[in-house]
Design a protein around this ligand. Structure first.
Ligand code: ZN
Ligand code: ZN
Ligand code: FE
Length: 728
């Protein structure tokens, strides 16, 4: 058979992750000749062989990438066949001005776990073992280029044995910057001091105590997840009455006993990123883990330390005090968590950038941090753009070259400490990428602290400021992560609150994006209803229900709300004074939960009422015909003749049918087949499954989030794309 020759150029996180040895290993398995090498931008590979062999090689290469590698883009071209023997690795080439992409922090690999389990290995039970394929990266890197002296491991010079491994091209630790061993690496201790860290932790867990553990990206608070008393203590001390607690299970087998994961969810759970995956609970955990909900968020140990500490399911919640960012230094944790934790597990490997756990609800990202950040998302080329994101679950994005660098989760911008963390993270990313933005993008909302920050920043640096409507940014975020940068497209943007172009609160729209995506028309929206009392309406679902009842002509009185307050709300509804109009899907869910009697009088965390409604609906069936207008759907919620679970189920199915029908109309009118759903309510698995059924029933595909959060955590990526579109 005839020989062919191909040149592949792979872009992404391809340096310092063991890429070239991997290419050589794969090439050895095929009758091929050629070479591979890298520079600060790409890995380049030339291979020569019979066409099917070359194809099989390339497919296998991509299927078996090293754990820390991410290929974001690949180019192929044809080359002339030449005389050649064997396959070689050629030396690295440095490109002036190019900036290597950083790897994320990923979980301990199987080889390192085997080292830790082997009593004859010098890293037996060593809590800081890492290699080329695993361990901390983003959280310990202070500056580029990525070399040990520029990481927080600079405090730990390599011992001769580690140095030998570091220099040996055949060793798994070849050129792995963060490696160490018991001779030369970081130290682990407890406060108060104890002889044996692991025995002390075991004792504390047995005694129902709370333990603060310094992990990879910050502190966790741990306690025995099977002890209701320990869970109640954690909730009381952390002032977190009901918000679900994540669980760390020691093994996949253990995780499977706690929640029912789909095969796709298990892949996520065991992936090198090791995110928290929220799935239906099997009911073996105490109710204190997630009161009133049928789901539980589970993750697996992701650092050697966690593998050694976690011998049973433990609750593992962020080590912070209410409203403040994650603690990541020893002194911070000792000062702030003193009233919460009975025992501290500390070490002296400094964390440069705090990185929180990533979270998926089913397979949809709800928080993108550890294991994913700072791997960028490709964007169309253009000038540098700094997009500051929203107000809650904040992330920001720097569009630089042809990448959107989405930050790790920053959090809710309400506190000064979070705003400082935001500013520090912006400075770090700009300096790492040596980028000077030409345009700053923020939300249209006049009261977001991020919008105010963006205005100040733009003024100080003489930059253009672009305000992008909240749901337009959501829609662009969805399209950007799928590499869809031309329209038209129709997107259902379903969330709690976003400032609309008309100054009212949006959150249940269908937007039709223009062929260039740079404008979005509000093609359809949920029927609006009046909301009384701004923030208080968000925390008291019955207020939304009264507004909906007024519009839909329902006779309903909240059973548990104080009657004087109900009367006041009713009179405001009839006079219109102190009300705002909203098309919010989140508030419609609040109203539905309240009408059905499953909403608490006052919620204690975001989306609590909607999550209860979804939990209830999961047990219901769609037996009756589904009403297809909102007033009929709301009336059905009050139909006491049907079981509550069936009513909750019908509400989801009906809402999905209405939104699906309108999406199909809008797509038809715009002449497009690009149909998507985004926003915080796109984290409702039942709603999205029902919506997908409607769209697929028409022979089309529904685009959903896979890489960036559907909620406001994904907003900044969409803003960054808006910035690029405005400048092109
Ligand atoms: Zn490893
Ligand atoms: Zn060593
Ligand atoms: Fe939103």
């Amino acid at each position: 058979m005839e020989l062919i020759r191909r040149r592949y150029r792979l872009f992404g996180v391809v340096q310092g992750v063991g890429f070239r040895p991997h290419v050589a290993q794969v090439a050895e398995r095929f009758p091929l000749t050629g070479f591979c090498g890298n520079n600060d931008r790409e890995v380049f590979i030339e291979v020569q062989g019979e066409a099917p062999v070359v194809e099989a090689f390339y497919a296998e290469l991509l299927e078996t990438l090293p754990a820390l590698a991410t290929v974001i883009r690949a180019d192929v071209d044809k080359q002339d066949v030449r005389e050649e023997k064997g396959f070689q690795i050629v030396p690295s080439v440095h490109v002036p001005g190019a900036r290597t992409l950083l790897p994320p922090d990923v979980a301990t690999c199987a080889d390192c776990l085997a080292d830790m389990a082997d009593p004859s290995n010098r890293r037996y039970r060593y809590p800081f073992t890492t290699c080329t394929n695993c361990g901390p990266r983003l959280s310990i890197i202070r500056e580029l280029p990525y070399d040990r002296p520029l990481t927080t491991m600079r405090d730990f010079p390599l011992c001769p044995a580690c140095q030998t491994e570091y220099e040996d091209p055949h060793d798994r630790r070849f050129h792995a910057q963060p490696i160490s061993c018991p001779e030369c690496g970081p130290r682990l201790w407890t406060h108060p001091a104890s002889e044996d860290v692991f025995a002390a932790v075991r004792q504390a867990l047995d005694a129902g105590q709370i333990i603060a553990v310094r992990g990879i990206g910050g502190f966790h608070l741990l306690c025995d997840a099977l002890s209701p008393r320990a869970l109640r203590t954690l909730r009381e001390r952390k002032n977190r009455p009901e918000k679900p607690l994540a669980i760390m299970a020691p093994t996949l087998e253990s995780a499977r006993t706690l929640a029912a994961f789909s095969p796709e969810e298990e892949l996520l759970l065991t992936s090198p990123a090791r995110p928290i995956v929220i799935a239906p609970s099997r009911g073996v955990l105490p109710d204190e883990v997630a009161p009133g909900l049928d789901d539980v968020g589970v993750m697996l140990p992701y650092s050697p330390l966690h593998h050694l500490l976690v011998d049973r399911p433990v609750a593992a919640t962020s080590g912070n005090i209410a409203g403040e960012p994650l603690c990541f230094s020893n002194s911070q944790a000792l000062a702030q968590l003193d009233d919460i934790a009975d025992l501290f597990v500390l070490h002296d490997r400094e964390i440069h950038v705090p990185v929180e756990d990533s979270v998926f609800i089913g397979t949809t990202p709800a928080r993108r941090s550890r294991g994913y950040a700072p791997v960028p998302i490709p964007l169309p080329p253009g000038p540098s753009v700094l997009a500051v994101g929203g107000e809650l679950k904040n992330t920001f994005t720097l569009a630089h070259d042809d990448y959107g660098h989405v930050s790790a989760h920053i959090g809710d911008m309400g506190s000064l400490a979070t705003q400082q963390a935001f500013e520090r993270a912006v400075e770090q990313l700009l300096s790492m990428r040596r980028s000077a933005p030409e345009v700053v993008v923020c939300d249209l909302h006049p009261d977001y602290s991020t919008s105010a920050w963006a205005a100040r920043y733009a003024q100080r640096h003489g930059l253009e400021l672009l305000e992008v409507q909240h749901h337009h940014a959501h829609a662009l975020s969805l399209l950007a992560e799928h590499g869809m940068v031309t329209g038209p497209a129709v997107v259902a943007t379903l969330d709690g609150t976003g400032y609309g172009e008309d100054g009212t609160i949006w959150g249940g729209e269908i937007l039709t994006l223009s062929p260039t995506l740079s404008t979005a028309a509000r093609t359809w929206h949920l029927p609006t209803f009046p909301l009384v009392g701004g923030d208080r309406a968000v925390t008291h679902p019955w207020r939304s229900a009264l507004g909906v009842a007024a519009v839909c002509g329902l006779d309903w009185t909240p059973p548990e709300a104080p009657s004087a307050e109900v009367e006041l709300v009713r009179s405001q509804l009839s006079s219109g004074i102190g009300t705002v109009s909203t098309s919010s899907t989140g508030r419609l869910f609040d109203a539905a939960a309240a009408l059905l009697g499953v909403a608490p009088g006052a919620i204690s965390f975001e989306a609590q009422a909607a999550m209860r409604l979804e939990s209830l609906a999961t047990a219901g069936t769609v037996s009756a015909s589904v009403p297809d207008d909102i007033p009929a759907l709301m009336a059905l919620l009050l139909d006491a003749a049907r079981p509550p679970a069936d009513r909750a189920r019908l509400f989801h199915a009906g809402l999905a049918r209405i939104i699906g029908r309108e999406l199909l109309h809008a797509a038809d009118a715009a002449g497009t087949t690009i149909i998507g759903v985004t926003g915080g309510c796109a984290l409702n698995r039942l709603l999205v499954a029902d919506l997908r059924a409607v769209i697929e029933g028409a022979g089309l595909r529904l685009i959903v989030h896979e890489k960036v959060p559907a909620n406001d955590g994904g907003l900044s990526l969409g803003q960054a794309l808006a910035g690029r579109l405005a400048m092109s």
